[in-house]
Design a protein. Structure first.
Length: 118
């Protein structure tokens, strides 16, 4: 099992910045990817960003490319999401996700609310 604890959500104005953190514990050597998804009210959960943990390579959704940056601190088993140039449409609950090689099972954090006002 892998446990994920998120922090760093909150309220920001459009054009502002927030940084999310997700600390992993438990069977962390099994983690192959860590990333972020989000779910806005009335919408399906959607992919935001992902990192291959060992290689450090990253992938972003088109909607956040160039504005959000995913990074890691391997010593702390923590992944971050730096969100810049925030837009009201970025408002959502952001979830941290970890997966092993093969993608199953998926581990989830509890979610953290990000609200961007116009």
């Amino acid at each position: 099992q892998v446990q994920l604890v998120e922090s760093g959500g909150g309220l920001a104005q459009a054009g502002g910045s927030l940084k999310l953190s997700c600390a992993a514990s438990g069977r962390t050597p099994s983690v192959y990817t860590m990333g972020w998804l989000r779910q806005a009210p009335g919408k399906q959960r959607e992919f935001v960003a992902r990192m291959l943990w060992a290689a450090g390579s990253t992938t972003y959704a088109d909607s956040v490319q160039g504005r959000f940056t995913i990074s890691r601190d391997s010593a702390k088993n923590t992944v971050y999401l730096q969100m810049n140039s925030l837009k009201p449409e970025d408002t959502a609950v952001y979830y941290c996700q970890a997966t092993p090689l093969g993608g199953i099972p998926q581990y989830w954090g509890q979610g953290t609310q990000v609200t961007v006002s116009s």
